[in-house]
Design a protein around this ligand. Sequence first.
Ligand code: GRF
Length: 221
Amino acid sequence: MRRARVGVLISGRGSNLQALIDACARPEYPAEIACVISNVADVHGLQRARHAGLPAYAVAHGAFATRDSFDAAMDAILRKAEVEIVCLAGFMRVLSDRFVDGWRGRLINIHPSLLPAFKGLDVYRRILEAGVRISGCTVHFVVPELDSGAIVAQAAVPVRPGDSEDALATRTLAAEHRLYPLALKLLAEGRVRLGNGRAIYNEIDGADGELFSPSPSLSGE
Ligand code: GRF
């Protein structure tokens, strides 16, 4: 089986990176991680990469005069590693249009809300303030506008009455760790691709069932 070569860009603890590392360890998984790049040195995610025996690079954005030159340095590492798909996993820098265009259709990100709701930062506070009862996470193709590219896959997560930001984050993160490997698998197998602003699927069934939150009961219990 041919495995797509993946580069993962991180800035922090790397729990989604770990989920991808674990998925790639499965013999039938159609992707392998060719390199990991962090824009912050000494983050836990880089330790996870090294522990897994992966080439891991710290590319400090502060050492570059411009966004373009920082992105070009990352791009050079990715091209040298013969990367085919780039996964952003908690990568906290905005990428230049040139970088995004260069990886069009092969660059995906995970975001801890049901996009297009709650783009940007400070997501859990805003979700709780809005009082939504169902939240979730989204894997999407990256376009220059933040958190706005075509949606590849989503998972729904209930918001429980009395949830703290931490509780919602923990529940959402558990869903992210299942969703990201699934979405990468679809892309690596060519079962999803970027069309004109929308994802186009091959031979994929939609999900069944509904998520109710709160769970309704008509029986009076
Ligand atoms: C995740 O919640 C992801 O959705 C967001 O940043 C967080 C990264 O967490 N983009 P981790 O570094 O993967 O643990």
